[in-house]
Design a protein. Structure first.
Lengths: 113, 113
């Protein structure tokens, strides 16, 4: 029974397109995150949602927008995709703030051509 | 913004040798977590350190948190091929719900049999 799931696992698309990545957690956690991991494996937080409220919004382009329909889901929508958006995107969840371990999803490898 | 520096970026060892990765922050941390990411996988939580000078062990892995809570290390004794992967430290500066984890850039452990 997967704790944190993401779809799709792979996403290949062209520049200028709009795409979404879905994330679901069945752990009952109240905080969910989106991370971007570049080709050098640097892991950078993009967004954090706690009880459907955005509590961290790092300096990411406003082409990226997180959407949380309920506590168990945090989707990532990306407009006007650019080559530099190519990366692996990880969703994660935790039972609170940074004093709690984070459970990561399997990742979505996004390739923009 | 606040940064957690992690060294080395890459470490090649012969199987059976020891391995250590270090993390350092210029500002006092509230807590530090360690994650392991296998090649092609997602980060998996290993441990959390909260107290000044704390030392925790998991089989061949030893984790330390500095007295000033500004540095941490992970030491693996007698590495095995299953230890291959990238090890990340992740620190928090407030511990509160409005803060997130700042990840180090990771240390890639490469083991030669």
């Amino acid at each position: 029974d997967t704790a944190v799931s993401q779809t799709p696992k792979y996403l290949v698309t062209q520049m200028g397109n709009d795409k979404s990545i879905k994330c679901e957690q069945n752990l009952g956690h109240d905080t969910m995150y989106w991370y971007k991991q570049d080709s050098k494996k640097f892991l950078k937080i993009m967004f954090s949602y706690n009880n459907k409220e955005l509590i961290i919004n790092e300096t990411v382009p406003n082409r990226f927008s997180p959407k949380s329909p309920d506590k168990a889901h945090l989707n990532l929508h990306i407009n006007s995709l650019e080559l530099g958006d190519s990366a692996v995107y990880f969703c994660a969840s935790s039972n609170g703030g940074p004093l709690y371990e984070q459970y990561f999803g399997p990742g979505t490898r996004l390739t923009v051509t | 913004g606040q940064q957690v520096m992690q060294i080395p970026q890459y470490q090649h060892v012969q199987e059976g040798e020891d391995f250590t990765t270090y993390c350092n922050s210029s500002t006092t941390l509230s807590n530090i977590q360690w994650y392991k990411q296998r090649p092609g996988g997602h980060p998996v939580f290993l441990i959390q350190l909260v107290k000044s000078g704390e030392v925790k062990k998991q089989k061949r892995l030893t984790f330390q948190f500095g007295e000033a809570k500004k540095n941490s290390s992970l030491h693996i004794t007698a590495t095995q091929t299953t230890d291959v992967g990238t090890y990340f430290c992740a620190g928090s500066y407030s511990g509160g719900g409005a803060d997130g984890l700042t990840f180090g850039k990771g240390t890639h452990l490469i083991i030669q049999p």
